[in-house]
Each structure stands twice: as C-alpha cells, then as structure tokens.
Design a binder for this molecule. Structure first.
Ligand code: ZN
Length: 290
C-alpha cells in the first residue's frame, strides 16, 4: 500500500551552509531559522528537511512535539477537517492566581498557539475513512486538562457514538490543570464515563499517545482506548520517575515510562512511526469493520 505522507522527495533546492565565517572578523554566524539543532542527537539539521519529514529528525528519528494544527494537517485528508466547539474557553472557576492570574496565563497561551484551548476537536477523513478527531496541543499550558479540554474530549466521544464513526484521540499532556483544581479532576471521571458509553454503543476508540502523555490524562481517557498506539520515544506514565522513586524508595528500571517500555509491558499495542500513522489508523478502522 502506498503511503501518502511519507517523506516527500528531496527538494532540488540546496540548503544554505550551516555556518558562515565572515572574512576578517573570524566571527561565526548561523542563519536564523534555517537550521535547527536536534535535542536528542545534537545534529544541526536543515529546518525544512525536518518539516518535510513530518517534524522527525532525519538523523536520529527523534519525533518532535508538534502543535495540534500541524498534527491535524498530517493526519487528516486535505481540507476535510471540520472543527466543532472552537470557541469554548475556561470560566476560571477558582479565580486562580499564582505568579500570573490564570486568565492571563490563558490569554498568553492563546496568543502563542493561536488556539482557544489545549485540544482541537472536529470531524475529518483519514485516508477516506470518516472519523471524529481530537488532538491535544502540547504548547498550550502543556495540554493540561481543565473543564474545556474535558468537555471537548467528551463531546468528541459522544459525537462519535451518535454518528457511529470511530474516534481518534491524539494525546499529549502534562495532566490535570491545577489552576482549575477539583473542576479539573472531575474531567477524568467525565471523559472516562463518555468512553464507557461509547463502548456500550459498540464504538471504536483509537488512542495515539505522543510525547508526553502523563498524569490525569494518562489515568483517564488516554488509557481507555480499544487500541493504544504510541509514537517512538514518547514519555507515557502517571507520576514523574523522581516522585515515584521518592515514594516507594526504590530505583526504577531503565527506560521506565518510555513508549517502548510500555509496549513491552502490555500497556501499548503498537509503536508507530509518524510517517505510518495514517496508514495504521486506516488499517485498524478497516479491521474493526466500522
Ligand atoms: Zn536527531
């Protein structure tokens, strides 16, 4: 089967040199924005090559975190994504204030990401199969789950049940949103109940875990899929390793909380390279007969 979104053929355009030395001064300049350093292997790579490889490092295969809209563009068939609940924003139930007022923190996140909240939901087609797609944005307050994220995830799952189409949720989250306190924790139960109703209705629920899928999100809808896929190298787990080590007073095994470790221990069904995600999701939908 041909993969539509594998790395496109090499551009004829030659990348500019990574480093230029100004004659005389001996000063070394790196052109801004053209080159990027991989946080995993340290290689200096041409930014455009990384983008063309779906934001995966061409040297070491490191899967960069990506904004929700980029993910949607990568997963959904061109022009098919129809968003719903785009304007939902938090009511700031606790009038929370830390270093910044919560409302101000939200405003800044909206400004930097261009999103109203930490998840984008809508209807789409993936290789011709209709789905409800929910994608978390790791750049929006670490895609933490407050009332809005809980509501949008719940609505996406309910709509999938109503319309009898599969739901695909791409997770990336630091967990519950502390600025919404108990209101945020309730979302764990609310989203889980929606998954249970979808299950009763015979729906198909596919989770794609990306880096990082942790805490209150890992402990609710992210762990309740019929199928759990994960991107290579993603961190998946509940509490951070240091917290656990301090609590149980024991050393944790190497690679603990990596997607690969979770696959070995049966928590994840399959690790899928970003370039194969569309094919894999379409294949699962076909197998399920949905
Ligand atoms: Zn790399």
């Amino acid at each position: 089967m041909a993969e539509e979104i594998s790395t496109p053929a090499k551009d004829s355009e030659t990348p500019p040199p990574a480093v230029t030395t100004e004659s005389g001064s001996g000063r070394v300049d790196v052109p801004k924005g053209l080159w990027t350093q991989c946080p995993k292997c340290g290689a200096t790579v041409y930014q455009k090559a990384v983008e063309e490889a779906l934001h995966v490092c061409p040297e070491c295969d490191y899967h960069h975190r990506i904004p929700a809209r980029t993910r949607i563009k990568q997963l959904a068939d061109d022009g098919t994504f129809e968003e719903f609940l785009a304007d939902l924003t938090t009511t700031d139930p606790l009038k929370f204030e830390e270093r910044l007022k919560y409302k101000e923190r939200i405003r800044q996140a909206q400004q930097t990401t261009g999103e109203s909240e930490a998840v984008v939901v809508g209807k789409a087609f993936i290789r011709g199969r209709p789905v409800i797609l929910a994608v978390m944005d790791p750049f929006f307050i670490m895609a933490s789950m407050g009332a809005v994220v809980g509501e949008k995830i719940t609505a996406a799952i309910e709509r999938a049940a109503d319309e009898n189409v599969p739901v695909v949720v791409v997770t990336a989250s630091g967990g519950a949103r502390m600025q919404e306190g108990m209101v945020s924790l309730v979302q764990m139960a609310k989203t889980s109940a929606a998954v249970a109703r979808l299950d009763e209705a015979g729906g198909l629920y596919i989770v794609v875990m990306t880096d990082p899928t942790t805490a209150g999100v890992a402990a609710s809808f992210a762990s309740l899929g019929d199928i759990h896929l994960a991107e290579p190298g993603s961190m998946v787990g509940f509490a951070g390793p240091r917290v656990i080590e301090n609590t149980i007073k024991a050393k944790l095994p190497a690679g603990f909380q990596s997607a690969e470790f979770m696959l070995e221990h049966g928590f994840i069904d399959r690790i899928v390279h970003r370039s194969s995600l569309r094919t894999e999701i379409a294949r699962i939908i076909d197998y399920s007969g949905k």
